[in-house]
Design a protein around this ligand. Sequence first.
Ligand SMILES: NC(=O)c1ccc[n+]([C@@H]2O[C@H](COP(=O)([O-])OP(=O)(O)OC[C@H]3O[C@@H](n4cnc5c(N)ncnc54)[C@H](O)[C@@H]3O)[C@@H](O)[C@H]2O)c1
Length: 316
Amino acid sequence: MPELPVLDHGAVLAAVTPADAIAHVREAFLRHRRGEWSMPPKVYLDSPPHGDFRAMPARGNGLAILKWISSFPGNPAARGLPAVMGVVCVSDAATSQPLALLDAAAVTALRTGAVAAVAADALAREGARTAGIVGCGLHGAWAARCLAAAGYGPGVCHDPRPEAAEALAAELGWRTGPLAEALACDVVTCVTPGAEVVVDVKDLRPGLHLNMLGADGPGKAEATVGAVRSCALFCDDWVQASHGGELTGAVEAGLVTRDDVTDLGAVLAGGAPGRPGPQAVTLFDSTGLAIQDLAIAVAVLDALRAGRVEAQRVSL
Ligand SMILES: NC(=O)c1ccc[n+]([C@@H]2O[C@H](COP(=O)([O-])OP(=O)(O)OC[C@H]3O[C@@H](n4cnc5c(N)ncnc54)[C@H](O)[C@@H]3O)[C@@H](O)[C@H]2O)c1
């Protein structure tokens, strides 16, 4: 068996620019919509009392991947370890030969940031430019980097930890500001832990586009149910969004049904209308899909084959 390339965090980030990530993630939604890429539901493996593991498979572009990733919220305080760790196994879909192992945290950061730009390009009103970031932690920062790469900005970075907002604003040449100023931007991306709401009905202005990335599991929400119900709604995947996403509260309250929500893939493929008009408020609920991880794996393998990135090599 040939040696297996292993790409650590830095190598994955060196292999794929935010612009590459955006193009590949957009393509992933299109191909999945056309039935060319497949993605079985993710599997959760509880590991009480610490958290859970998630197994996320997908196949497309000649590759088959499995992302094996944790959510151990107590890790940082209790052990000084990240809450989210794991690996992406990449195999050849035709021969089953293992092709690479990738750091899953870097793949997740790129694909999560990229979808914010893909959704904004598809759903924000024409001429939308300014970007508000609510929650400037790991994934908020990658959403901001990808939005900046897609031409959005200047932006307003808001976070109760001033050092997080300041570092991100300095990196991108944006500025920090209170929540109200972040929410006053054309495209607002929320990437908080989802423990308290940051968007209410009063914050909805005509023409606003909201990316809601933080609520990716049961019990999390970044907007009130009333605010969700007031928007034109879009999601990455209805099953995930209605059971553990931003839409869940409104679905459980009987205020939102399947017919009220459009898949982003359908909009990108031209099979469904996007923004209803310039005055509408659009809300995209991102829960995170294995096809996004596959999109980044495709980009990493391209970079590896083209010699644009170095990998460590191991024999199995
Ligand atoms: N949709 C997806 O695909 C996807 C992918 C990865 C992570 N997530 C989710 O995104 C959320 C953030 O993840 P992360 O890894 O960036 O976490 P993080 O801890 O690195 O960052 C969260 C940030 O939010 C800030 N914050 C907390 N409360 C806030 C508030 N009320 N207003 C503004 N900012 C606030 C924190 O200070 C912190 O800087 C989590 O819920 C995570 O599960 C979603």
